[in-house]
Write a protein that binds this ligand. Structure first.
Ligand SMILES: [Zn+2]
Ligand SMILES: [Zn+2]
Length: 302
């Protein structure tokens, strides 16, 4: 099953050097989710031939403009394209007021239903869940209320051992128990789950850590993740500025990646002061070698 992250925007604050403000597409199984929607997101979707109509859920981390100034454009495009299925938008308090004001001054009544979910808590919130995966928010530490988002597969049932499939002539209920890991008796015979079934693939998880100062407690929310995106606005030489603005350095992002023990760390949200990103990558790799730049137009599979 596919599980991948596609980068649409990787710059902080101001678009610069051909880079755009934050936006990512997370594909988990058959569904695609939009995470943040900075200015230019629609243009980036068009550039990379990603159909915007696929999104039913949009997650906004916080209300600094570089994370949502593209949202009203996308909402309005859906209206002009006569979208008729509901759109779920998840974000902090205030976002719905902003959307409603923009719609009201242009005398627009949407053709479709926009369902707003306020992300408010200081702890973990489940936002969306299916039988296969769960998407939740977690608080990070920034100048204003900001959340990261965790995409996590659920543990699947054990798989039938392919070597035994021809001998599988038991009732459905027995097979269901074996898949759950339970041994069963059938017609006087003991059936051992670990002989008839095999362990399923380990569930995968991805955390988008939004804009944040280096904050060690974050590890409590993202422990065990296979891949995380952590902002690296500055290099260590600007560590003081990072603290003042509640952002992180490349070194700090790498320290978090190492602390959590991820397989892959993506860094992004680069300051416009860096035209060349390689020094940020080098700095991070000194601490954690499995780091990659979240380059726009790149897909990272889990
Ligand atoms: Zn930002
Ligand atoms: Zn911010």
């Amino acid at each position: 099953m596919p599980f991948a992250v596609f980068i649409l925007g990787n710059n902080s604050a101001i678009p610069a050097h051909g880079r755009h403000p934050t936006s990512q597409v997370v594909q988990i199984h058959e569904q695609q989710f939009l995470v943040d929607c900075g200015e230019g997101t629609q243009m980036q979707l068009a550039k990379y031939k990603i159909r915007k109509n696929k999104f039913d859920h949009i997650f906004i981390s916080h209300l600094h403009g570089d994370h949502y100034f593209g949202l009203i454009g996308l909402i309005t495009s859906y209206h002009l394209l006569r979208r008729d299925k509901p759109l779920h938008v998840y974000g902090p308090k205030g976002l719905l007021e902003i959307i409603n004001l923009q719609l009201s001054v242009s005398n627009t009544t949407l053709y479709y239903e926009l369902i707003f979910h306020e992300v408010k808590s200081e702890s973990v919130n489940v936002l969306f869940e299916t039988d296969e995966y769960i998407i939740s928010s977690f608080p990070v530490k920034h100048r204003i209320l900001t959340h990261g988002f965790l995409f996590k597969e659920k543990r699947e049932l054990r798989k039938i051992n392919p070597d035994k499939i021809d001998q599988l002539n038991f009732p459905f209920q027995i097979i269901a128990e074996l898949k759950k890991g339970n041994d069963c008796e059938w017609e006087g015979k003991l059936l051992k789950s670990n002989e008839w079934t095999l362990l399923p693939a380990k569930p995968r998880s991805y955390a988008f850590c939004a804009d944040t100062i280096y904050h060690e407690e974050l590890k409590n929310f993202i422990a065990g993740c296979d891949m995380i995106y952590h902002e690296a606005t500055f290099m260590e030489e600007s560590a003081e500025r990072a603290v003042l603005t509640f952002h992180s350095t490349a070194r700090q992002a790498a320290t978090m990646g190492k602390l959590v023990g991820v397989k892959k760390l993506l860094i992004g949200h680069f300051s416009a002061k860096y035209e060349n990103l390689q020094p940020l990558l080098s700095e991070a790799k000194e601490i954690f070698s499995d780091t990659e730049l979240a380059i726009e137009g790149t897909q990272f599979a889990l």
